[in-house]
Design a protein around this ligand. Sequence first.
Ligand code: ADP
Ligand code: MG
Length: 250
Amino acid sequence: MSGGRISRQKGRHPWDIIGSMIELRRATRVYGAARAVTALDGVDLTIPAGAMLAVMGPSGSGKSTLLNLLAGLDRPTSGQVLLDGVDLAALDEEARTRVRRDRIGIVFQFFNLLPSLSAAENVGLPLLLAGVPRARAESRARETLARVGLALRDDHLPDALSGGEKQRVAIARAVVTAPSLLLADEPTGNLDSATGEEILAVIRKIHVETGTTVVVVTHDDRIAAHCDGVIRLRDGRVEAAPVVAAASRR
Ligand code: ADP
Ligand code: MG
């Protein structure tokens, strides 16, 4: 099924993609059957390429559900999730996995690092899975750890790192493949507020340096203030979203 393949063209950078990179059309996600919960309720949304947006809303308003749909980790019950015009939900599992691997980086609240691998090995893993030779994967992992400010902790196991350091490793792992979309679900939710701001600054730096589109779920107004706009959810609906002009950052 090569027709569904999305791959970045050689020589193109993510920020060359003009127009609305991600669109949700009437996206609905219902959990369960007997006592069904409508976590997202007919959401229409456009996220322009090159933007850095926050998603805010009360607990249970559908933020993680939205992020999981954008990540291709989950599919809408009805409606569409379009990535550069391709419906993520219509791809088979294998093609969706490939899009996730090649195009999307994800950061979670609780880091999700593999405890038996060093920082550098955790970061290099997505490259190994994508078929990059070991030596190249390792050097790129170390370069990426340096970019997030962790060069001297390369060989530490996650347990030997602070929360903020673990999250830097997780960010490095998410961006080592140069994804065009970086998603983060409450990446500062498990950190004190000063460390949380540092982590957001790292995400912002990656965004500015690479042009990667960023969507970050947060409860923190100060963190949202570092973003270009805020998508506000309530009861599975979009209460407010930035007005989108066709985006190009440069
Ligand atoms: P948020 O991230 O904003 O806190 P979620 O997207 O996690 O919200 O959840 C939205 C709603 O969907 C909530 O009512 C939640 O209980 C429900 N929900 C989320 N995941 C599941 C699931 N796997 N099974 C059943 N209900 C779920
Ligand atoms: Mg959540």
